[in-house]
Design a binder for this molecule. Structure first.
Ligand SMILES: [Zn+2]
Length: 140
């Protein structure tokens, strides 16, 4: 089976902190092992330590079918819409799906907050409001 080589491997580095080549970009140690999932994501391998990791490792919403940016943007609409149901109506995403994203977001508090502030230019109060929803969602 031929594998399509359409990924720039020089953009990736070994995520294994124990590896001698950890964090070294464009070092030739990263190879494409296989593709997987609906989005045809790359599973990469470090030849130095033999560890495998996904191209999306280190991102927040690993393994979802929806792109991370869209997930975050959907969650960011919560203060404006006032409820998960409202966001579901506005975006067309299922409310159970959105609840699940909130659960995931809750486990990556710092990254998600940073993303809201830096990438979406939300204000602190808006981000706090989203976290209020996330906490409420967890109790349900
Ligand atoms: Zn390695």
């Amino acid at each position: 089976m031929e594998m399509e080589f359409d990924i720039d491997l020089s953009q990736f580095w070994c995520r294994n902190e124990e590896c001698p080549d950890y964090g070294k970009k464009d070092h030739g140690n990263i190879v494409l092992k296989q593709r997987y999932g609906k989005q045809n994501r790359a599973l990469l391998k470090c030849r130095t330590c033999k560890e495998c990791f996904s191209e999306t490792k280190g991102t927040i919403f690993f393994g979802l079918d929806t792109p991370q940016d869209e997930v975050i943007r959907t969650l960011a609409m919560i203060p404006e819409k006032g409820s998960i149901r409202g966001v579901a109506r506005a975006t067309g995403h299922d409310k159970d799906t959105i609840s699940r994203w909130l659960e995931i977001a809750a486990t990556h508090c710092e990254e998600v907050t940073a993303y809201f502030l830096q990438n979406l230019n939300l204000k602190r109060v808006e981000v706090d409001e989203i976290w209020g929803f996330i906490k409420k969602n967890k109790k349900m």
